[in-house]
Design a protein around this ligand. Structure first.
Ligand code: G3I
Length: 475
């Protein structure tokens, strides 16, 4: 429908531009003072710098808790109602709509210039009892009337709707819900056409889980979207819920997003959460990087603000129960910032992807010329790096030292050392979206010699290969 509905397309991109403006306003001071784009320090502002949003699912009854509300307002620029806009909440009795829960969230968000996603118009779960017992044309009429009532009410207030949620099985067949068995294969198309009629400007999405790889389920959805686009059925985006395990295999995650984007729809990460475990931060980072790498990936929503109120019991979110930022928070922020031109502003340990060990100054030395190594990550000052204004530095005050290409070397094997900061090109670095760190003087990559993963392995510069011993992330 993007092709046939210029009115919608205009609104969608205007909304994105508005978010970008908010983000740029927030960072104007930094931009003016340095003359280069700076990394933002919150998830929402950072995402906005590339025209994206970073949102969270919200329960209205938590908004009165200061830690919850403050974290949500400070860090996110988009919200979605975790439950308040579902069918059971919005139409508890036939034709009697109740928008109080959804309106509370919309009003709260609008007062803070935050965007609102709509979730979800039609789903097999959380249907009110009266719907569950309907058959045939009565169910069809109820579905169409529900879509019209809810989408009309929120017209102009939500930028996107999950029109249909979770209609496919793992094997790619249609879920045998009451909607499928009573209404037949055409019900999804009917739902999208009804949503388009009710709110022609909202971005209309199909949303599902278990679509995190190129697999039977995602391929079935892909085929449906391709068919919809070919026949002019109004679909604008696909939501990837991304409820993940910490050791999830995401090897085809980005390629999967990209193949949908190539159909001419936006893609959105709609319900991201990742189970606790040693891979939690890295998994979040992989998802964020994937979105940043796909130009039609318009934003990320995590499914909750704090572990304390997650629907899962394995602490899957970015803030712990005390609203403290977890390592996963830092890896997401770094991934958002690294996707921005001119990035910087990251700090923390620099973890090597190949070794899972950290960039380390041996023996906590502060001596100019000390060559760096990788070592088990720990909290010592000799592993705390700050990326700002192109420099990557360690320690502070009079002992502050910069990551330096020894002797200004531009040959493979040049040692990566610490040296007093002087602003030279051999001390300026680009932290790239693919995880590589390149030296401004030589273009060479920060590299663990011999692709070693051992404690004490030397760090040097080498021609960029994209391999794991040249990929780093701030944690
Ligand atoms: O608020 C009532 C409470 O008054 C009552 O006593 C209690 C009894 O069980 O239920 C409470 O409502 C619960 C509601 O969450 C609010 O906490 C419901 O039982 C419970 O079923 C509901 O769960 C929600 C679930 O969707 C419903 O299937 C989760 O919060 C929500 O996170 C989850 O979100 C879904 C997405 O919509 C779709 N994708 C998957 C995702 C996770 O399951």
């Amino acid at each position: 429908m993007i092709n046939t509905s210029p009115r919608r397309r205009h609104r969608v991109w205007s909304a994105l531009a508005a978010v970008a403006t908010v983000g740029l306003t927030a960072t104007t001071a930094l931009v003016l003072s340095s003359g280069t784009a700076q990394a933002a320090s919150t998830l929402g502002a950072s995402a906005a710098e590339s025209g994206r949003y970073f949102g969270a699912a919200v329960a209205g009854n938590r908004l009165s808790e200061a830690g919850y509300a403050n974290t949500l307002a400070a860090e996110f620029n988009s919200v979605v109602a975790e439950n308040a806009m579902k069918w059971d909440a919005t139409e508890p009795n036939p034709g009697q709509f109740n928008f109080s829960g959804g309106d509370q969230i919309v009003n709260w968000a609008q007062a803070r210039n935050m965007k609102v996603r709509g979730h979800t118009l039609v789903w097999h779960a959380q249907q009110p009892g009266w719907v569950q017992n309907l058959t045939g044309q009565n169910l069809r009429n109820a579905m169409l009337n529900h879509i019209a009532g809810v989408a009309n009410h929120y017209e102009g207030k939500v930028f996107a709707w999950d029109v249909v949620n979770e209609a496919f099985e793992w094997d790619g067949s249609r879920r045998q819900s009451n909607l499928q068995t009573q209404l037949g294969n055409g019900w999804i198309e009917e739902a999208f056409r009804a949503a388009d009629a009710a709110d022609p400007n909202a971005r209309l999405c199909y949303n599902d889980y278990g679509t995190d790889a190129i697999n039977s389920k995602s391929t079935a959805i892909y085929n449906m979207v391709r068919d919809f686009k070919a026949r002019g059925v109004p679909i604008d985006c696909v939501g990837f819920q991304s409820h993940l395990a910490s050791n999830e295999n995401l090897s085809s995650y980005q390629a999967n997003l990209q193949r949908f984007a190539d159909l001419g729809v936006a893609v959105e990460i709609t319900e991201l959460d990742v189970g606790q475990g040693s891979g939690q931060a890295a998994t979040y980072e992989t998802v964020t990087r994937a979105c940043m790498a796909v130009s039609r990936c318009t934003g990320i929503t995590v499914w909750g603000v704090t572990d304390k109120y997650s629907w899962r019991d394995d602490n899957p979110l970015l803030f712990d129960g005390n609203y403290q930022k977890k390592p996963a928070y830092h890896s997401v922020l770094a991934a958002l910032n690294n996707g921005n031109p001119g990035g910087g502003g990251d700090s923390g340990q620099l973890r090597g992807a190949g070794s899972n060990r950290c960039l380390d100054v041996p023996n906590q030395s502060t001596t100019n010329g000390t060559q760096l190594q990788i070592y088990d990550c720990w909290t010592g000052a000799n592993q705390q790096w700050t990326y700002a204004n192109g420099e990557i530095s360690v320690y502070s005050g009079t002992t502050r030292k910069c990551l330096d290409a020894s002797g200004g070397g531009t040959a493979n094997g040049t040692a990566a050392i610490i040296w007093s900061c002087h602003g030279g090109a051999n001390q300026r670095w680009n932290v790239n979206s693919n995880g590589s760190i390149t030296n401004a003087a030589s273009g060479l990559c920060l590299d663990v010699a011999g692709a070693s993963t051992a404690n004490g392995a030397k760090v040097q510069l080498w021609s960029c290969t994209g391999a794991a011993n040249q990929r780093w992330s701030f944690v």
